[in-house]
Design a protein around this ligand. Sequence first.
Ligand SMILES: [Cu+2]
Length: 68
Amino acid sequence: MPISHYELKVSGMTCGHCEKAVDKAIHQVDPQAVVTIDRSAGKVRIESSQPRQTLAQAIVAQGYAVAD
Ligand SMILES: [Cu+2]
């Protein structure tokens, strides 16, 4: 699977716990993913073999909103 780079706009991350929850959610659908979170900017950068939609759904399932 080719690796894609994504930058998702994620709102609702208010603390380090939220960052960990998002990071964990992404790694549950792709253990190999490289995740960089900028909480103050509401940005989550992901390098992953999974489609964007799969990653976004995993984040939404944790209770955070992902912009299109
Ligand atoms: Cu939090």
